[in-house]
Design a protein around this ligand. Structure first.
Ligand code: IMO
Ligand code: MG
Length: 476
């Protein structure tokens, strides 16, 4: 705690936020930040098991859906904030996985007593079809229960009387809800996670007062924000930086840096407008089909693969057939090539992600809405085989002919805009970004692309990720 005159100056935290439609590699950057600077706490502020955050630890892949991504760092306390919606059986599974991977959830994981529980009813409702292509994890219905005041909270699981009362109240407000499965599961969970439940807002306040540093971890992303994203094709929470305040119970003066994460290109899962999508409507429809998983696409384009012990297809991303597809004149085919090169299949659902060109109108909008000071760029290596990169720097409205250099606020306009592209020459393919760990060694063509974006966004790109593995990272 620092005293300035008679006023206590508290330490302020940093927020990590996705700048596009999710899956930007937020967890990898978070991991790099934990290595680069010292953080004592990672606090997740919204969302639930709809997130899929992948980290590499001791050469192995570890995916967090609910638990904050700092769980495998021995010196970091992980907080699940009040803004989260938590499916307890999924959490128990993740707690076990974290333990098996070397984490210490019993001592290093804290769950807000004010967080909301995702009940069986919410998942059933979500699975009936949300109309937006949700992850079917019960997220939207659970947040609805918060707004209509029927939600069951994490603190309710701490004793039988409170739990029964909360579940009965829920059943009254939601006729047809079967709460008996929840009753059994939640009672069973009590001895396993009861000791992790805490007043986390107060804990975070004390941490900041004691001059400890907090990293606020956002799930999903700016364009999926329920208030600032592409409504109604959004998630039901506020992934934008302001959500850290309400989702963790800290005041705005407790945050002084916001780091925005963006890919070197753009992806989107689920329905909704996406101006720079490769293959447009055809790609959107193709990706919506549940059977169009990785194996289907490999078969569709005749790309060789083998199956691993869990029947998962293994293929070579640099297969000559995939590189040929990238050079195709057909944008849909190019989009599939991008998906295969970037491994763009959902970590939570296995769905193919719609792929598209970089969009700096979206990036500048994210900078504005979140107050981003620094940017982290991920998956730059995926562009290694590109001969040219297309970057949207504005849109045109085909109805009026107008050029828009800022994100339109009207959704009918955003649904019909066409990107205005700056084309950057990007050869030769012999200069690889993949695996590069220093700015000096980064090929010139990649430096030019990074610097072009920095100038356009007027923000420094502090981190550049050059492959999935942990050490493939440039810190500037
Ligand atoms: P991370 O944290 C990408 C998308 C879904 C759907 C919409 C609403 O890994 O970046 P929901 O289940 O939240 O009600 O679905 O939001 N979506 C994501 N897309 N990454 C995510 O999380 C997402 N979480 C939700 O595909 O379009
Ligand atoms: Mg994801």
């Amino acid at each position: 705690m620092i005293m300035a005159g008679n006023i206590t100056v508290m330490k302020a935290g940093t927020v990590i936020v996705g700048m596009q439609w999710g899956d930007e590699g937020k967890a990898k950057i978070l991991d790099a930040m934990l290595e680069d600077e010292r953080f004592d706490v990672v606090a997740r502020y919204q969302g639930g098991a709809n997130a899929g955050h992948t980290i590499w630890h001791n050469g192995k892949k570890h995916v967090c859906h609910l638990i904050p991504s700092g769980i495998l760092h021995p010196d970091v306390t992980n907080v699940m904030g009040n803004g989260m919606v938590i499916h307890i059986p999924s959490l128990l599974k993740e707690v076990d996985e974290a333990r098996a991977a070397g984490g210490d959830p019993d001592n290093k994981l804290m769950i807000s007593s004010r967080a909301t529980i995702v009940l069986d009813y919410h998942i059933k409702k979500d699975s009936e079809g949300s109309g937006v292509g949700s992850t079917a994890k019960g997220i939207g219905p659970a947040y609805t229960s918060v707004a209509d005041r029927s939600a069951v909270k994490v603190q309710d699981i701490l004793d039988d009387t409170a739990l029964r009362a909360a579940l009965e109240r829920f059943r009254q407000k939601n006729p047809g809800a079967d709460i008996e499965k929840d009753w059994l599961e939640l009672r069973e969970a009590r001895p396993k996670i009861g000791h992790m439940v805490n007043d986390t807002a107060h804990y975070l306040y004390q941490q900041l007062r004691n001059n400890n540093s907090v990293l606020f971890e956002g799930a999903q992303a700016t364009m999926l924000d329920k208030d600032h994203g592409t409504f109604p094709y959004v998630t039901s929470s506020n992934p934008t930086a302001g959500g850290a305040c309400t989702g963790c119970g800290v005041g705005p003066t407790c945050i002084d840096d916001v780091v925005g994460i963006m890919k070197a290109y753009v992806t989107r899962v689920g329905r909704g407008p996406f101006p720079t999508e490769l293959g447009g409507e055809k790609s959107a429809e193709h990706c919506e089909e549940k059977t169009h998983v990785l194996r289907f696409e490999l078969d569709m384009f005749g790309i060789p693969y083998s199956l691993d012990e869990k029947d998962r297809p293994m293929y070579e991303p640099q297969d000559p057939k995939i590189l040929d597809m990238l050079r195709s004149n057909d944008d849909f085919t190019k989009g599939v090539a991008m998906r295969l090169l970037g491994g763009e299949y959902g970590a939570s659902t296995g769905r193919p992600r719609r792929c598209g060109n970089q969009d700096l109108v979206v990036a500048n909008y994210a900078i504005e809405i979140n107050g981003i000071r620094h940017v982290a760029l991920t998956k730059l290596d995926v562009l290694d085989n590109h001969e040219e990169i297309l970057v949207a720097t504005a849109y045109t409205d085909p109805k009026t002919g107008e050029t828009l250099d800022h994100m339109p606020d009207r959704r009918d306009v955003f649904e019909r805009v066409e990107p205005v592209y700056k084309r950057l020459q990007y050869g030769p393919a012999s200069e690889k970004v993949a695996g590069c760990t220093s700015w000096d060694k980064l090929p010139d063509r990649a430096k030019r692309y990074v610097e072009f974006m920095e100038k356009f966004m007027d923000r420094p790109i502090k981190y550049v990720s050059t492959a999935a593995e942990r050490d493939c990272m440039i810190v500037r």
